[in-house]
Design a binder for this molecule. Structure first.
Ligand SMILES: *[C@@H]1O[C@H](CO)[C@@H](O)[C@H](O)[C@H]1NC(C)=O
Ligand SMILES: *[C@@H]1O[C@H](CO)[C@@H](O)[C@H](O)[C@H]1NC(C)=O
Length: 172
């Protein structure tokens, strides 16, 4: 790994939250913190979520970029946020999340044309494909999870130690 670059005033940060309130709101707060440090911020959203984003960032100099939301078999047209899904069942949620990968060509076109060039991006873990785009354009990418560092670490540990897999004793 090379030296870790430092970022400050004049940097340009791209934020791409997952279309779910619990994932979007913290990144809007991050946008405001970055803006206070004179860092340029571009937030990526979809048409139906644009007004929520515009209201949330009203009065700031953040740029909002809209990428078309993909059509998917079981996602009703105009639903571009998990709180609008007819159910939060796993199949539909899974389809919603995987459908986002169809935004990749639009996202990469954006990375190519944004000026100034993006210094680094913070994108949601559910938008896993943004990592591939980041690598392609040699833009550092930080992954964002809606959960805290503690609960994320706990989940990773539980998975690797397999403590929750297999049959569980009744008293556990
Ligand atoms: C867009 O996203 C916001 C925040 O997650 C949500 O409140 C709103 O309902 C969404 N709009 C649509 C049409 O999906
Ligand atoms: C932003 O705030 C101004 C002044 O409060 C208001 O007139 C305008 O409608 C707001 N715009 C959005 C997109 O919320």
């Amino acid at each position: 790994m090379g030296p870790i670059p430092s970022y400050g005033a004049g940097s340009h940060v791209l934020l791409f939250p997952f279309m779910s309130k619990g994932h979007t709101v913290p990144l809007i707060h991050l946008a405001q913190i970055l803006l206070r440090r004179s860092i340029s911020v571009t937030v990526v959203t979809t048409p139906a979520n644009h007004s929520f984003m515009a209201e949330s960032l009203n009065g700031t100099v953040a740029s909002i970029v809209t990428l078309p939301f993909p059509t998917a078999t079981n996602i009703p047209a105009g639903v571009e946020s998990t709180d609008k899904l007819p159910s939060m069942g796993l199949p539909l949620f899974y389809e919603f999340s995987t459908a986002t990968s169809a935004m990749q060509p639009h996202f990469e076109q954006l990375l190519e044309t944004l000026v100034p060039r993006v210094s680094f991006m913070v994108t949601d873990g559910f938008l896993w494909w943004t990592l591939h785009s980041a690598k392609k354009f040699r833009i550092p990418r930080l992954v964002y999870f809606g959960m805290s560092c503690y609960s994320t670490s706990l989940c990773m540990e539980a998975r690797s130690s397999k403590i929750l897999s297999g049959p569980q004793p009744d008293h556990d």
